[in-house]
Design a protein around this ligand. Structure first.
Ligand SMILES: NC(=O)c1ccc[n+]([C@@H]2O[C@H](COP(=O)([O-])OP(=O)(O)OC[C@H]3O[C@@H](n4cnc5c(N)ncnc54)[C@H](OP(=O)(O)O)[C@@H]3O)[C@@H](O)[C@H]2O)c1
Length: 318
């Protein structure tokens, strides 16, 4: 089986590509070749690298044809962000592929109703990213269920792993938040700190892609959340990280308008995006149908990432 992965050298691909090679797939990675995977692995020597800039190729109208020319049995699309982009690829691959896996996001959901949120909940996305991803899901599921296009959608939470800064307990990405917690310094959280975030380790995302391939008949025409077994409240996350560092958390709680003035505009925007979603998603469907068994809790995934930040001098906790 020949797998073409579009955008396979990022967070997920770092783990997924070696798994695909180990499972005996012939792997082709399509990217601009501007970055390397986060971790070296001998499996990459067996991967065919094809340089295509998707944005440019879509503008030229030949991206789908270029992917079809690679003669994939399976296509894994890691970097599709608009329904037009999805449609362009589906039109080119219709009748040509055995399985098509799309990487979505849990931001197909807007504010939660019953939690943990299941895949059955009506979609109420907000923000361009979530709205576009929900529209892609709707389009691909319709193509799968009406026209037999062999699509599966996998929706990760906040992806963490060694090599990049995890979403922190204040709901943004500045790793200095971990330094403050490690030193027992005061850390302000918005509101009561009871809004939630839902991480997933990149290797667990890779795991579910493998499980979807292995369980093709149950994965077809379905979408699945890909998160850790449980979401975290910001407060609980902060307290657990301080405890991990061996100190007590020194937390303060401020109403949103006051809190936002304590951080940069981009940090406030990131936090707002995360707490307005406050994701808390169920993995029951993925467990039941795909035997998804995440190896990492949210805290374990974050701690591995923070350990990497410390070991690589990205943060200095003293
Ligand atoms: N990161 C998260 O926390 C998160 C959470 C939920 C869902 N997701 C979803 O995860 C997917 C992204 O996966 P990821 O985080 O593993 O990706 P990533 O780390 O952002 O890596 C992107 C990959 O795509 C390639 N790429 C980027 N722009 C390209 C272009 N114009 N043409 C060709 N290749 C291009 C990159 O390589 P080059 O730069 O070398 O081209 C790289 O291989 C998205 O669908 C996103 O919605 C992410």
């Amino acid at each position: 089986m020949r797998v073409v992965i579009i955008g396979g050298s990022g967070h997920v691909g770092t783990y997924l590509v070696p798994r695909l090679v180990a499972a005996g797939y012939e792997v082709v990675n399509v990217s601009r070749q501007q970055r390397d995977p986060y971790q070296a692995h001998g499996a990459w020597r067996q991967v065919q690298q094809v340089v295509i800039d998707r944005t440019a190729a879509e503008q030229a109208g030949n991206f789908g044809a270029q992917i079809r020319a690679l003669q994939p049995d399976i296509v894994i699309d890691m970097i599709c962000f608009t329904p037009e982009s999805a449609r362009h690829l589906v039109e080119a691959l219709r009748g040509q592929v055995h399985h098509f896996l799309h990487c979505g996001t849990i931001w197909i959901h807007g504010p939660s109703v019953e939690v943990p949120t299941t895949e059955m909940q009506p979609r109420r996305p907000f923000g361009d990213y979530g709205i576009h991803k929900a529209a892609i899901e709707s389009y691909l599921l319709a193509e799968a269920r009406r026209n037999g296009f062999p699509a599966t959608l996998l929706h990760p939470g906040h992806i963490v792993g060694p090599g990049w800064a995890p979403l922190n307990p204040a709901g943004h990405f500045n790793p200095e938040v971990f330094v403050r917690l490690a030193r027992g310094e005061p850390l302000a959280l918005p509101n009561l700190g009871m809004e939630t975030v839902h991480h997933v380790h990149a290797d667990d995302v890779a795991q579910i892609f493998m499980q979807a391939l292995a369980n093709r008949s149950t994965a077809l025409s379905e979408s699945f959340h890909v998160v850790s077994p449980a979401a975290l409240t910001l407060r609980g996350y902060a307290e657990a990280m301080a405890e991990w560092f061996g100190v007590a958390a020194n937390l303060q709680f401020l109403p949103w308008e006051e809190w936002r003035a304590t951080v940069t505009a981009s940090e406030a925007q990131a936090t707002w995006d995360h707490i307005a979603h406050s994701p808390n998603c169920s993995i029951a469907k993925a467990q039941r149908l795909l035997d998804y068994r995440p190896r990492y809790t949210s805290l374990q995934g974050v701690q591995e990432a923070v350990r990497w930040l410390i070991d690589n001098g990205q943060i200095k906790i003293g």
